[in-house]
Design a protein around this ligand. Structure first.
Ligand code: AMP
Length: 282
């Protein structure tokens, strides 16, 4: 079993001794309820580092009012078993008081990049993400940290924060991991009822539709976005398409689509709000 630490001090003491031995530390921050997507990040961290630390913390400051903080799935026992199978050395699972003790005040403010796309629907979300990630970086002081492209905007924001605040860590991106049917792995997929699953799959299929249009010569972003939106909305359990956007790799909206651009989507299906994105290949 991996070592389990719940206190910052204990984790720091352990990692200090490892660093003294010249060991390199790889870090995978998560909110737990681990799945194959997380596993890819952990496997890469395992290959590239001497010590692998996984954090499991459902961070309250990145959830807005009325969001799913309370019902977010949690299963530490199962997570520890998966971490053991993947050769994780340390799991850091602090409680809320350990991360935000009484009197806690400071918040990282990420600016414009945090106000578009997801940020427009979840005000303050990325400030909460940046705050907890900077805290975790300061606690773990990793050489490398692993982030999934599944949360593409989050990845770009963390890269920006690390650059702006001179955080001495290498950010390693990992491509989206999908289930056999194309749905991106997410802890939130447990919210989907069996009959909603096919509607959730429409997101992936809308990326294939976009790829097909682009391959056939369509380069107009608006037309591609409209077609994707209409396609997704046709599915019975889709409550809303929050956005379909096409941007360059730095999240700047595009009018004409090129290879390497990103298509980003957020859709509400049943009780789940799903996000996904796709790198244009054609
Ligand atoms: P979460 O526990 O959802 O906060 O995710 C923790 C990390 O795992 C983040 O860097 C996510 O982007 C990444 N991740 C989650 N799902 C996937 C996936 N399906 N493919 C790749 N990375 C993922």
């Amino acid at each position: 079993m991996p070592l389990l630490f719940k206190k910052v001090k204990e984790l720091r003491n352990f990692l200090k001794s490892k660093r003294c031995e010249g060991k390199e530390v790889g870090f995978v921050p998560t909110m737990g309820y681990l799945h194959e997507g997380h596993a890819e990040l952990i496997k890469l961290a395992r290959m590239q580092n001497d010590v692998v630390v996984v954090s499991i913390f459902v961070n309250p400051t990145q959830f807005g009012e009325g969001e799913d903080y309370d019902r977010y799935p949690r299963d530490l026992e199962r997570d520890l078993e998966l971490c053991e199978r993947l050769g994780v050395d340390v799991v850091f699972a602090p409680d809320e008081k350990e991360m935000y003790p009484a009197g806690y005040r400071t918040r990282v403010c990420v600016g414009e990049l945090g106000k578009v796309l997801e940020g427009a629907f979840r005000p303050g979300h990325f400030d909460g993400v940046a705050t907890v990630v900077v805290k975790l970086f300061n606690i773990v002081q990793p050489d490398r940290a692993y982030f999934g492209e599944k949360d593409y905007q989050q990845l770009k924001i963390i890269q920006q924060v690390v650059q702006d605040l001179n955080v001495p860590v290498e950010i390693v991106p990992v491509p989206v991991v999908r289930e056999k049917d194309g749905l991106a792995y997410s802890s939130r997929n447990v919210y989907l009822k069996p009959e909603e699953r096919e509607s959730a799959r429409a997101i992936y299929r809308s990326f294939l539709l976009a790829e097909k249009m682009i391959k056939a010569g369509e380069r107009d972003a608006e037309r591609i976005k409209q077609a994707m939106k209409a396609f997704i909305e046709r599915h019975p359990h889709v409550k809303a398409v929050d956005y379909v956007e096409i941007t360059d790799e730095n999240l700047k909206p595009k009018k004409r689509v090129e290879k390497g651009d990103r298509i980003l989507v957020a859709v509400r299906v049943g009780n789940a709000r799903l996000i996904d994105n796709w790198k244009v290949e054609a």
